[in-house]
Design a protein around this ligand. Structure first.
Ligand SMILES: Nc1ncnc2c1ncn2[C@@H]1O[C@H](COP(=O)(O)OP(=O)(O)O)[C@@H](O)[C@H]1O
Ligand SMILES: [Mg+2]
Length: 543
């Protein structure tokens, strides 16, 4: 009240003075309330007046919090009438300027654009405004509110990207099931074709002209088997033998081979973190992954370039993982392979992991490389990301979860053993009659004595009725009755000296029931070739 008393001349009487004070504090309260609201929703209010005749408009009010939003104080806006257009993203300017008259004609509306802040950030702005009219109903200006919707738009974009990724991974999932089912059936057929061809060629005299045909059949069956194996890898049905290893060690051992794979006009650069922690993966599969990525990098650089291969440890926090959406938080060994090649456009990026998707001319690409890579990485419980744009090169990054434990010895890839004639007795359990016949014939032709069974229980019975020793159980993994591993367990109680070799084209069920079978027992994948089978059998019997 003290202040009011000094203005006694202006306001006659205590009553009016009190009214004035009340009005003033109400105004101040409203003002701070408005500031709080505008600050909370990240918005600014503004007003423009039309000059005489409405030809040009002047900004007459801009709320002060424009400074915290854009870094430019309100005065800048009031002084420079085109400031709002000057800090606008150049790609938006023309569109927005063109739309303004239409919105004014309609009496109001909204538009969206980007502002670039003083510290060069990009704000997504949504402005709503309406036309102000004078007492005569004639337009006299504009009043608007400009909202900073950057965070919302960002979240919407992230969500859209996330949904797209999810949709893609579901598609790959169902493609994988389809491919896996087909590949499984093909395995049995190919094993039969291959074995029969092998047998036929053994019967033909060395100079026989028909040998060429038989060799062609075998070669074709082998090519088909190679495709089948890639499909099995994609559908995560390939048997795995995970080992504790360092990706650096694997790369070191592969360096020479990699250099041979690529041409002379391509440079290799390794940046390996010496402190890289171990992971648990199948080394053979991991080699296939690296080879495929390197081969793709080479193909993308027909005029030469550089391939960078790097490794590092990465601890992904909850927040970072959340921002990324595709990789859960955790600690990873990251292997990146990048090239300076032609890169990929949007459609290629959408389909590149799908089996048989290729942009290469017929005969140059199968489109199975990356689908195999994808399946292998998923099976190893890892993640793969790709960063690419046309003309900008490509980077694939593989995230493998760190594993605890001692490193396993990685044996250098073993040479095929020379074939030997055997004499031992083999109990052979296999439910597919074609595979059973073909395999038995091969084994018998090479001196082995074979007891055949089409089911687990049948095999046990055969063992019980056989008087002599049984040196080896050769068994399919999945059979009617009980499965191979159970057969071996029961047989071991009767005949503890009998060794085992499991065979399967389907050992890795989607639930991973036989996950570690291959790392615990000798294992052969279908379709196998006669030499592989004989070498493996001889190897086990001799050990
Ligand atoms: N490093 C890369 N740079 C550019 N494009 C790539 C790269 N890697 C893969 N691609 C694209 O992905 C497609 C699929 O790759 P992939 O599954 O390995 O099959 P393929 O190599 O037989 O075509 C390729 O045809 C190519 O278009
Ligand atoms: Mg490829």
């Amino acid at each position: 009240m003290g202040q009011c008393r000094t203005r006694r001349e202006l306001h006659a009487g205590e009553r009016r003075c009190r009214e004035f004070e009340l009005l003033k504090s109400t105004l101040e309260e409203n003002r701070s309330r408005m500031d709080a609201i505008l600050g909370a929703v990240r918005a600014v209010l503004w007003e423009r007046n039309w000059g005489e005749g409405g030809a040009s408009s002047r900004l007459v009010f801009m709320s002060p919090n424009i400074k915290s939003m854009t870094g430019y104080p309100a005065e800048r806006w009031l002084e420079n009438q085109r400031f709002w257009l000057e800090i606008m993203h150049p790609d938006d300017r023309e569109r927005v300027e063109k739309r303004v008259p239409g919105i004014i004609a309609a009496g109001g509306g909204k538009h969206q654009y980007r502002w670039l802040t003083a510290d060069a950030r990009e704000l997504r702005i949504e402005t709503h405004f309406s036309v102000l009219r004078g007492p005569d109903g004639r337009p006299r200006g504009l009043r608007g509110i400009s909202l900073d919707v950057t965070a919302q738009r960002q979240a919407e974009d992230d969500l859209r990207r996330h949904e797209e990724k999810l949709r893609q991974s579901q598609k790959l999932e169902s493609l994988g099931r389809l491919a896996g089912g087909i590949a499984h059936d093909f395995n049995n057929i190919l094993t039969a074709i291959h074995s029969s061809a092998h047998f036929l060629s053994e019967e033909l005299a060395p100079g026989d002209a028909r040998r060429q045909d038989v060799d062609d059949i075998r070669a074709a069956a082998e090519r088909a088997a190679a495709i089948t194996r890639q499909l099995l890898a994609f559908s995560r049905r390939q048997p795995v033998a995970p080992k504790m290893l360092s990706v650096n060690g694997l790369l070191g051992a592969m360096e020479l081979l990699l250099r041979r794979l690529i041409r002379e006009d391509i440079t290799f650069e390794f940046r390996l973190d010496p402190g890289l922690r171990p992971v648990r993966v199948d080394p053979t599969q991991m080699e296939q992954v690296i080879f495929n990525l390197a081969a793709n990098a080479r193909d993308a650089m027909p005029k030469g370039g550089t391939v960078h291969i790097s490794t590092k440890n990465l601890a992904l926090s909850q927040a970072e993982a959340h921002g990324n959406y595709s990789i859960p938080p955790g600690s990873y060994a990251v292997l990146s392979i990048s090239d300076t090649g032609h890169g990929m456009d949007e459609p290629t990026l959408r389909y590149l992991f799908e089996p048989f998707f290729t942009t290469k001319e017929p005969g140059r690409g199968t489109g199975l490389g990356l689908s195999m890579v994808y399946g292998i990485i998923k099976q190893a419980e890892g993640f793969i990301t790709v960063d690419s744009a046309p003309g900008r090169g490509t980077e694939f990054s593989i995230y493998l979860p760190h594993a605890a434990g001692r490193l396993d010895e990685t044996s250098a890839s073993k040479k095929a053993l020379p074939r030997e004639r055997g004499s031992e007795t083999i109990l052979f359990a296999e439910d597919n009659p074609q595979v059973r016949d073909a395999t038995s014939r091969i084994l018998r032709a090479h001196g082995y004595r074979v007891l055949e069974a089409s089911r687990g229980d049948e095999a046990l019975e055969a063992a019980a009725h056989h008087a002599g020793p049984i040196h080896l159980l050769l068994s399919d993994v999945i059979m009617p009755g009980f499965h191979g591993p159970e057969l071996f367990e029961r047989l071991s109680k009767l005949r503890p000296e009998t060794k085992v070799l499991f065979v399967s084209g389907y050992p890795e069920t989607p639930e991973g029931r036989h996950r570690d079978l291959r790392s615990r027992f000798p294992f052969l994948s279908k379709p196998y070739v006669a030499d592989e089978l004989l070498a493996k059998v001889a190897d086990i019997l001799r050990a």
